[in-house]
Design a protein around this ligand. Structure first.
Ligand SMILES: [Zn+2]
Length: 364
């Protein structure tokens, strides 16, 4: 995690006056640090300073991959027990690497990602991280969450879980259980997805947060992933510079459910078939409407696909719009919608068992 400090023959100038402004923008490493005055040669490998996260009164330099930061040990220690340990260890190093009078903590994190994390610690990421009116792309949320897991920063992990639970509900939210919901870039959504492989990223992120008892949002993400291609499920994929892949156990569950959910799908929609065989009312218009709904499901392949959690109300509305003379009557629509929703609810409750998630259902 942390590369050992290089021994530097230098004076510790900690506490020395510094005339640089508090938020001085610095694009290049300062050559002056290698003057004879402080006898502190800048290591060849030193990374450029972050233009904002380089505090005049900072007391610790973090050198990450591609960027360095001058920050306050107290801020890091307040939020992260891991930083506490690393900084304590650094204090114990006899001849630490020094820069601008600060001990240098070297980490292997990508500089830009660490910058996003530090910005949240200092100012809430300019408000955007905790402000749901500003949606985050999944890649951005994932970057800081992975670092929050590594450094054990619980409030950032909690925020990520809350955002993802909105997209992948842990209680029965009839209209949020369809693919078009999680793939939406609606402004009210706290996380935006733009590619099918985002699902793999969400599932693997949940397992990073807690491998054995992952956050409950993983259940709906696994449910949706059943619809991914076999190639996406089976092979490692490139995602935001990483190579990610579902665990073997998760892959097996997805393939199992591909078959099991297809059967459940028919069970969920069966009330419509039953109502055709045994009409709920005496209207032939209503009966013709039900036949039209079923025909539409069959021709769209919806009876054979895995998506039994999808709502059925739109199917009734669509038939009513398209065939005014085959309109399912209001009372029958309500009765059938309820019968189907009751079955969807039972299926939703069973997702934990189906995908091996012990924390499910999170809310009853
Ligand atoms: Zn009817």
């Amino acid at each position: 995690m942390v590369r050992r400090s290089q021994a530097q023959a230098g004076l510790d100038l900690e506490g020395a006056p510094d005339s640089t402004p508090k938020r001085q923008k610095v694009e290049e490493p300062e050559a002056s640090t290698s003057t004879a005055l402080n006898a502190e040669p800048a290591p060849d490998s030193f990374e450029p300073k972050h233009p904002e996260l380089w505090w005049r009164d900072g007391n610790t330099v973090i050198a990450a991959d591609g960027l360095s930061f001058k920050v306050h040990a107290g801020i890091l220690e307040k939020h992260s027990s891991v930083f506490c340990e690393l900084l304590e260890e650094l204090q114990g190093v006899e001849q630490p690497e020094m820069f601008e009078g600060c001990r240098v903590l070297r980490v292997d994190d990508k500089g830009e990602h660490l910058a996003a994390l530090l910005q949240i610690l200092y100012d809430g990421g300019s408000g955007s991280f905790t402000d749901w009116r500003k949606p985050l792309k999944l890649t951005a949320l994932r970057r800081v969450t992975l670092l929050a897991v590594k450094y054990k920063i619980q409030h950032i992990i909690d925020e990520a879980i809350a955002r993802l639970e909105y997209i992948f509900p842990t209680s029965f939210e009839p209209d949020r259980l369809v693919e078009s919901f999680y793939m939406s870039t609606d402004k009210s959504h706290p996380v935006h997805f733009d590619q099918a492989t985002d699902l793999i990223a969400v599932i693997t992120l949940a397992r990073e947060i807690n491998p054995d008892t992952p956050p409950s949002f993983i259940a709906m993400a696994l449910y949706h992933s059943v619809g991914l291609t076999a190639e996406m499920l089976l092979k490692p994929i490139k995602y935001d510079g990483d190579e990610i892949m579902l665990s073997l156990a998760d892959r097996v569950k997805c393939f199992e459910q591909l078959y099991l959910l297809a059967t459940t799908n028919k069970t969920v929609k069966m009330p419509v078939v039953s109502a055709i065989k045994k009409p709920l009312c005496s209207s032939t218009t209503c009966h013709d409407g039900l036949v039209a709904v079923l025909s539409q499901w069959i021709s769209n392949g919806e009876l054979a696909t895995f998506d039994p959690l999808g709502p059925c109300t739109y199917a009734f509305e669509k038939v009513a719009d398209k065939h005014p003379n085959r309109r399912v009557c209001v009372a029958c629509t309500a009765q059938l919608t309820k019968a189907i929703d009751d079955r969807r609810r039972i299926l939703f409750a069973s997702l934990g068992e189906r995908f091996g998630i012990s924390t499910w259902p999170a809310q009853s």
